[in-house]
Every structure is written in C-alpha cells, then in structure tokens.
Design a protein around this ligand. Structure first.
Ligand code: NIG
Length: 393
C-alpha cells in the first residue's frame, strides 16, 4: 500500500479540468504517484500525512516541452556580443557541438542533472529534451542515451545544423539512416530545424518521413528567424508541435488554427535573441493551440525558468494569467502528445493524474505575473514525492 498525503488549506487550486475548474479553499489527496482526490477542503477524506499550505496557490507542475539540455560549455561571449548588437543566426550551435563532442559522458551527465534539478526546484515536473549537439552517429547516440535517463520525453534532433564536413543532402542521408538507427531505442520523437541556413522544406520532409517510418512522433523547429515553410510542413505531416513560431504569416496562423499541431512558443528565446515575441494572442484568437516552453540551451535561451515565460506571456504577449498557465502546463502536455484524460496525465490535477503538484508562496497564481522575477515556488511534489520542501511555514 502506498502512503497517502492530504495537501489542504489551498487558497486557489488550478486544476486545468472542466470538472473541477479553479477551486478556492481546496485540497488534493495524493496516493503514491497519482492524484487520488480533488475538491473542497471541508469535504476532503483522511490521509496518512497532512500538509497544510496555509492559503497558498497550487497548480499542476510545469510541463517544459522544449529544451536542449545535453551539451557542454557556455556561450557567454556570444550572448554579450548579441547584447551589443550582433544578430543571432544560430551559427553558435557549432561552438556547442565542438564542446559537446569533446566532453566525456560524465561531464555531459553532470550538466544535464544540474539543469534538470534547477528546473525541478522551480516547479518543472515534466520535461522534454533533445539531442542535437553531437551530430555524429556516436555523439548523437550517447546524447540520446544520457537524455533518456533523465527526461520524460526525448527527441532526436540530428537535423539541427549541417556539420562543416558534408553537404546538406549527404548529412540528411546520415540522419535518416545510420544515425536514426543508432538513437532509435532511446528516443520517442524526431525533430528538424527547418530554417534558412539549416534544412530546407524538402530535406526537412525527408527527416520527418524517416522518423515516422520508425514510429517516432514528429516535431519541427520552424519560423524562428524569419518566415518559412516550417509551420506548413509541421501541419501537413501531422506533427504534435511546431516550435518557435516567431515569424508567422496569416496562412501559418490559419493552418495552425485548422490543425491539432500545437504552436510551442519560446518567449525567453525571443527575448534573448532580440527577436519579436511570437504572436500568441493572434494564435489563440484564431483558435490555435499553444504551449509555452523555455527552450533551455546555452545559445539562444539559457534559462530553465517556466515562471519567467509565463510572466512574459502575460505582461508582453497579452495572454491572461489563466491562458499562460494553461499553455505552460496542459498545453505543454498536448505538445508532447499526452492525453489530458489518461491515467498518469500531466499538466492537470484530477483523480488519476500524475501527482505533480506545484505550490506557490502566494495566495493566487496571478502573482506569477504580478511579482515577475520573484522565486515563488514554495513546494513541489514530483510523481508523489515532495522534492522541494518549504523552509518557511
Ligand atoms: O531552438 N533553433 C535551433 N536550435 C536552438 C538553438 C540552439 C543554440 O543556439 O545553441 C533553438 O533556439
């Protein structure tokens, strides 16, 4: 029998579900790795352990559906140059590729675990991460194997950029053949950077088709640095998500609105690369599904802070608090192909969902945007285990 925990005294409980909505004076019961009960505190059943959160707000743990955490080195100098006016053109990816290839598995694993813990301490309980800084069969394979030890979802991004030593078409052959064979046991997804300077529409389509033939889910990096075919391609191939979506035409917005493909928006990256912020409001108003993620990586977005993305989405992208929180939790789950009603669902709090609970040191979730930059995470349960223990009553 697993131990049950009653989390009670919840001032505001965001469940992301139609049946429970947002509750005041609420409680949840956790049973092992699952949520067992949700409702009003005065109707809560008994449990083995009782934790009173004294009027604080509770939400599902963040679902960060886009990160690149398997790398070595950092790119402070590139960032400084950018802040002095240099444009971001993704060329720095090669700097990280060189550092990653030179690093031992131990160094890569240490950095990966450091960043995973950093994210968890801020309430990120479900996390995707990608390969993409190896770009040889051996290096992509070891990056995929390391990622699979830590992440909820692992994406193969061999098609990140073309290494200097081969042509783009030769490299696509490698990605779709021996490299895919080598990583397949460790990954559930395939991704391609469809952008001028990386892979064109035809090359990207080959990568997606090869992934699909291996039974992998599809996602696309698209429309990051300028308008392009990424969104159209993702929708045509039925990708679960197209990520970045910074530069969208009306046709792109319409295509997303008429599809199940989630537009994953990465505001920390847009800010760090001095791009415009993705048109979140336009997408939602058109009826598209969106998620918010950090894009944590050493080049374009060196942050694991989902709360920063939520605050930016509210303060600068014109989302409501509820829309931004949904996009950073349930929206992320949809971008990862998860069913919000399934046993063990993430991004929602209802009986049967995974016991991933984020308690804020604030009476309501509005404080995420009202007090931007303040570390508001007070406690976190991850798969039913309290991994962030509050220091203050
Ligand atoms: O999502 N766009 C491609 N890949 C990363 C950039 C990684 C880097 O600059 O190292 C991104 O922003």
């Amino acid at each position: 029998m697993s131990e049950t925990t009653l989390v009670t005294g919840i001032g505001e409980l965001v469940t992301n579900t139609e049946e429970f909505g947002t509750l005041r004076d609420a409680a949840v019961v956790l049973d092992g790795e699952r949520v067992a009960w949700v409702g009003r505190a005065d109707a809560a059943p008994d449990a083995d352990v009782r934790v009173d959160v004294a009027g604080r707000a509770v939400l599902p743990g963040w679902v960060d559906s886009h990160t690149h955490l398997i790398f070595a080195g950092d790119r402070t100098a590139e960032f400084e140059a950018r802040m002095a006016g240099q444009p971001y053109e993704a060329g720095g990816i090669r700097t990280t590729v060189a550092a990653t290839r030179a690093a031992s598995d131990e160094v890569l694993a240490l950095n990966l675990h450091r960043l995973r813990q950093e994210a968890l301490r801020q309430g990120t309980t479900c996390l995707e991460t990608k390969t993409g800084y190896g770009l040889t069969v051996t290096d992509e394979k070891r990056c995929a194997a390391l990622a699979a030890e830590v992440a909820d979802e692992v994406t193969f991004l061999g098609a990140h950029v073309v290494p200097d030593t081969v042509t783009a078409d030769e490299y696509v052959d490698l990605v779709c053949g021996p490299m895919l064979d080598a990583v397949a046991e460790h990954v559930g997804w395939i991704d391609v950077f469809c952008e001028t300077g990386a892979f064109d529409a035809e090359q990207s389509a080959r990568v997606l088709a090869a992934g699909r033939a291996r039974g992998l889910g599809l996602r696309v990096h698209g429309n990051q640095l300028g308008p392009g075919p990424g969104v159209r391609l993702a929708v045509e191939h039925g990708a679960a998500s197209v990520d970045h979506c910074t530069h969208l035409t009306e046709a792109d917005v319409d295509a997303l609105a008429g599809s199940a493909t989630v537009a994953t928006l990465l505001p920390a990256c847009d800010l760090s690369t001095r791009q415009p912020l993705a048109p979140a409001r336009r997408l939602l108003d058109a009826g598209a599904r969106i998620s918010l993620a950090t894009n944590a990586n050493p080049g374009s977005s060196y942050t694991t802070a989902m709360a920063y993305c939520v605050a930016t989405a509210v303060l600068q992208m014109k989302l409501s608090i509820a829309e931004a929180i949904w996009a950073a939790t349930a929206g992320g789950a949809l971008a990862l192909g998860r069913d919000l009603h399934a046993e063990g669902a993430v991004g929602v709090l209802r009986p049967g969902a995974r016991a991933d609970v984020h308690v804020l040191d604030a009476p309501s979730a509005v404080h995420l945007a009202y007090r931007p930059g303040v570390p508001l995470t007070w406690s976190v349960w991850h798969r039913g285990t309290q991994v962030v223990i509050p220091t203050a009553p």
